[in-house]
Write a protein that binds this ligand. Structure first.
Ligand SMILES: NC(=O)c1ccc[n+]([C@@H]2O[C@H](COP(=O)([O-])OP(=O)(O)OC[C@H]3O[C@@H](n4cnc5c(N)ncnc54)[C@H](OP(=O)(O)O)[C@@H]3O)[C@@H](O)[C@H]2O)c1
Length: 294
């Protein structure tokens, strides 16, 4: 696709959207990422008006209500942002004849499968967040516009609100830490996800569809915490003694899938995207966050 007009990016202050805007601008790809003061995903008029007096080549929706536990008590707000707003964006895109990329999540699955999920596996979200994201996927699919739904998981970035930054904060303050060791997934760099989204946007498929993108390999939250603390220790930072625990020992308002692994075979075949190993991708983020190794 020749990009003739700017790409409209929502959620440009978030982990994935932020990385996307940075990378695109570095490459001279024109993007515009209005903040929520200009494009508020809880306000349908605000979404529609982003298409008035503007010409976009594509929309990449990285905005979302991502507070998984809080969603259990803010279902309506999560539904508006994750389900209703993507539908309005997609229908606006359809009216302007442009495609939409919708970012989605492993939480559309219940995690009961023993191997990585493929795009054709049936969805069965366990909580409100997953249900609203699934409804967002459905709204985009039914909009009749050219679309690509890209599901990802376990997103990490140097400055976002994520597991890595929680571990760095707690790790520096505590002498012992217990971390869940029976949920399995693949830590994924916001930078690598953003690269994949740009690659999909630049080679938009004629037929819409759903693809999975994560980094490669697998880990539990415990494995990821251990990797983060090793990186801290190498830099002379103090780290806690790490204890593996079960999900049952760490109850949260929202249930999480036991297996969050997503198969990336389809995106590799269809877009020639080759996910890096998660350790390599996360080490790059750890360097940004903690500085070069001592
Ligand atoms: N984080 C994960 O581990 C994870 C895992 C799987 C899939 N995903 C999916 O990946 C995508 C990106 O996630 P992320 O981690 O980058 O999210 P994030 O860091 O939480 O960022 C969310 C973005 O959405 C924006 N937003 C929220 N409510 C809004 C509203 N009412 N109007 C306009 N903008 C609003 C936020 O803006 P403000 O800065 O103004 O709040 C922020 O820019 C989402 O679709 C998410 O569901 C994430």
């Amino acid at each position: 696709m020749t990009i003739v007009a700017p790409i409209l990016v929502t959620g440009g202050s978030g982990q994935v959207g932020g990385a996307l805007v940075r990378i695109a601008r570095e490459r001279g790809i024109e993007v515009e990422a209005p903040g929520r003061d200009k494009l508020d995903m809880t306000d349908s008029r605000s979404i529609v008006s982003a298409f008035e007096n503007a010409r976009w080549s594509a929309v990449i929706n990285c905005a979302a209500y991502t507070a998984v536990d809080r969603a259990e008590s803010e279902a309506e707000l999560a539904h508006m942002i994750n389900a209703v707003a993507p539908g309005i964006l997609a229908r606006s895109a359809q009216r302007h004849g442009i495609p939409i990329v919708q970012v989605s999540t492993d939480y559309v699955f219940d995690g009961s499968k023993s191997v990585p999920y493929t795009e054709t596996d049936p969805v069965n979200p366990l909580g409100i967040y997953g249900r609203t994201k699934e409804a967002g996927e459905a709204a985009v699919r039914s909009s009749n516009t050219k679309h690509a739904i890209i599901r990802t998981a376990w997103v990490l970035s140097a400055d976002g609100q994520n597991f890595m930054n929680t571990m760095i904060r707690l790790g520096a303050a505590k002498s012992e830490l217990s971390v869940v060791n029976d949920q399995i997934g693949c830590p994924s760099s916001a930078i690598d996800i953003a690269e994949a989204l740009l690659q999909v946007t630049a080679n938009f498929p004629d037929v819409g569809g759903t693809w999975h993108f994560t980094n490669s390999g697998q880990a539990t939250w415990f494995d990821l915490a251990a990797h983060i603390f090793e990186a801290m220790a190498r830099r002379g930072m103090s780290t806690p003694v790490l204890q593996p625990i079960s999900t049952a020992q760490y109850p949260t308002p929202a249930k999480r899938p036991e297996n969050s692994r997503l198969s990336t075979k389809a995106i590799q075949t269809d877009f020639n995207i080759r996910p890096r190993a998660w350790r390599e991708a996360i080490d790059e983020i750890l360097v940004q966050r903690l500085g070069e190794k001592g």
